[in-house]
Design a binder for this molecule. Structure first.
Ligand code: ADP
Ligand code: MG
Length: 627
């Protein structure tokens, strides 16, 4: 049969272009990628053979073979794993199938110098072969099928697939090495690379030389070894194998549990945030093994969603080997193991948070927003542990604070844990809603992750008897706390009065002008510098939450808000005088509308009638020039 020419998916071409031209300092990682794939292929077949042993008949010893052809300058990596059929070749070696990766590659700029760094965030997998090869042939035959296929490409936009003959199942990848990559024909070099990157692989890796075979690795599952016999480098390489990542693990957690159920776990938290962390298809990356046999990397519920950044393996000794993937979901034992694993991971995070707060801050930057998802939705038994792990930016400190820190810094008379939510730190840091709190030295937690509005407004039970309270909502209970500057002043209420003016007539006049656009107009105790602000009435939805829901078309319109005015502000004082004079001044009407629009702008809300706003603004400026 003639070979057919096929084009790579556009993203693959882009990736290949970067790979081939990158001055990758560690080109040798291609070998790790190919060995990693070969090991995965063996793992997959071993699992299928549990229920259909004809798939491995005649050859049950899984292995990976590396051989060199000095004459033709080729390096071949062969496995007797699951292999691929024609369709799978197209899917796996013609496109980028991994969820999120395609979109990520699409977003690359095309500027090689920038992209290379980004590519380093994840393994380029099979395509890394083109860092060292000018041509790659894959001869493969799927276990249980008769046809074999050759996939061949020079990595320049196209590949061919044609029928081939191959006696045994599995894949054989031959690299025609580039002129400057002949070092990978040398025994010693290959040996060193395998030792450095692939020693943890549990399938034997064999170097074939003149018909002699030499085993290069220990071929025992790394998690079954004693902790003391494993170096951090070995852990790191295993992490890279299971995660397709290139970074260092931020946390490595290896333990064996004996008791009701026996299991081993070797789990990692990455030091870099994976680019697809918030991709809707993103699942956890923990592989399930049973008695050292790989079962699945897609076991729903093995670790909770909010720990989906955790990577690694869990090996259960008590599950039957032939457990079907469907049965896994409702398996009581797995649920218990998942609970135990979650507890353990949260506990280790807590230890890190206490012992190494700076390192924890980096973790928090990467994964805090994900962890907080655990505080929202289905109540879970780990909620209290999660609350201990949450960190916040705050209005009074530069370092991240915990809820414990917050409680320790509360003022005498302060009842609640105050917070503000918004789209960005910049937007909320300068919010007028914080003024009164700043004047009293009360700390306000600054929350700007989209998830924050959801979890915090569902925390009805509060934390250690203190309720969470938004500074943009209801009446700020500030009277009970002394001013930061006049500590010791006796007459808390009296001292402010002197500066205040009676604003009731002004309020009535503003209400008349604004009508239905506001829910109410009130005198503010939360403002010190700004003239006005909008707040949500007690019992109404928090403003930022409403904004998020509106963006997702979950609620139609903004509910009317309460406009608060600051009786100590010169502008308000001036307006009060105008009202008292009994004039029915159009200036007052303009002022009311301008105050309202101003408050909206400060909240990052659009002004309804931009033209009218601009006209009023100009009018006011003109007047001030005349004065
Ligand atoms: P990843 O390993 O992260 O999925 P790769 O680019 O390394 O990404 O490989 C892409 C896919 O090609 C694999 O998921 C697998 O389905 C298939 N594949 C690669 N090498 C082999 C092999 N030796 N045997 C069987 N399938 C393979
Ligand atoms: Mg791979």
């Amino acid at each position: 049969m003639a070979s057919t020419k096929r084009s790579f998916q556009a993203e693959v071409s882009k990736l290949l272009n970067i790979v081939a031209h990158s001055l990758y300092s560690e080109r040798e990682v291609f070998l790790r990628e190919l060995i990693s794939n070969a090991a995965d292929a063996c793992d997959k077949l071993r699992y299928l053979a549990l229920t259909d042993d004809t798939l491995v008949s005649g050859d049950t010893n899984f292995n990976i073979k590396i051989s060199v052809d000095q004459k033709n300058k080729t390096l071949t990596i062969s496995d007797n794993g699951i292999g691929m059929n024609e369709n799978e070749l197209d899917e796996n070696l013609g496109t980028i199938a991994r969820s999120g990766t395609g979109a990520f590659v699409e977003s690359l700029s095309g500027d090689e110098s920038k992209d290379v760094g980004l590519i380093g965030q994840f393994g380029v997998g099979f395509y890394s072969a083109f860092m060292v090869a000018e041509k790659v042939d894959v001869i493969t035959r799927k276990a249980g099928e008769q046809d074999a296929w050759t996939w061949s490409s020079d990595g320049l936009g196209e590949y061919t697939v044609e029928k081939a003959s191959k006696e045994d199942r599995g894949s054989s990848i031959t690299l025609y090495l580039k002129k400057d990559a002949k070092e990978f024909l040398e025994d010693l070099r290959l040996r060193t690379i395998v030792k450095a990157y692939s020693d943890h692989i549990s399938i034997p890796i064999v170097l074939v030389k003149d018909k002699e075979e030499e085993s290069l690795n220990e071929a025992s599952a790394i998690w079954t070894r004693q902790k003391k016999d494993i170096t951090q480098d070995q852990y790191t390489e295993f992490y890279r194998h299971v995660s397709s990542g290139y970074d260092e693990p931020w946390m490595t957690s290896h333990w064996r549990a004996e008791g009701r159920f026996d299991y081993s776990a070797l789990l990692f938290v990455p030091s870099k945030r994976p680019f697809d962390l918030f991709h809707p298809d993103r699942k956890h990356r923990v592989k399930l093994y049973v008695k050292k046999v790989f079962i699945t990397d897609d076991c729903e519920g093995l670790v909770p969603e909010y720990l989906r950044f955790v990577k690694g393996i869990i090996d259960c000794e008590d599950l039957p080997l032939n457990v079907s993937r469907e049965l896994l979901q409702k398996n009581q034992m797995l649920t218990s193991i998942s609970t135990a694993v979650t507890k353990r991971v949260l506990n280790e995070l807590k230890k890190k948070a206490e012992k190494k707060p700076e390192e924890y801050a980096e973790f928090w930057e990467n994964f805090g927003a994900v962890l907080k998802e655990g505080l929202y939705g289905i109540p879970n038994e780990h909620k209290n542990s999660l609350l201990e792990l949450v960190r916040f930016k705050s209005s009074t400190r530069d370092d991240l604070v915990s809820l414990k820190d917050y409680l320790a810094g509360m003022k005498d008379g302060q009842e609640n844990i105050y917070y503000i939510t918004g789209e960005s730190q910049e937007a909320i840091k300068n919010s007028p809603h914080l003024e009164g709190f700043a004047a009293k030295g009360i700390e306000v937690l600054l929350l700007s992750d989209p998830i924050d509005d959801f979890w915090i407004s569902s925390m009805f039970e509060g934390y250690e008897d203190k309720k969470f309270s938004s500074v943009t909502k209801g009446s700020a209970e500030l009277e009970n706390v002394e001013d930061a500057k006049d500590k010791g002043a006796k007459d808390k209420k009296g001292q402010k009065k002197s500066k205040k003016t009676d604003v009731s007539l002004l309020i009535a006049s503003i209400k008349l002008t604004l009508g239905e656009s506001v829910k109410d107009v009130k005198e503010s105790i939360r403002l010190t510098d700004s003239a006005c602000c909008l707040v949500a009435d007690e019992g109404d939805m928090d403003m930022n939450l409403e904004r998020i829901l509106r963006q997702h078309q979950q609620v139609a319109d903004a509910a009317p808000r309460v406009l608060e005015i600051n009786p100590t502000h010169p502008l308000i004082k001036g307006l009060v005088k105008k009202v008292k004079d009994g004039e029915t001044d159009p200036v007052l009407e303009d002022a009311a509308l301008l105050l309202f629009d101003q408050a909206k702008i400060m909240d990052g809300e659009p002004v309804k009638d931009v033209k009218a706003f601009a006209q009023r603004m100009s009018k006011v400026m003109e007047l001030s020039l005349q004065a």
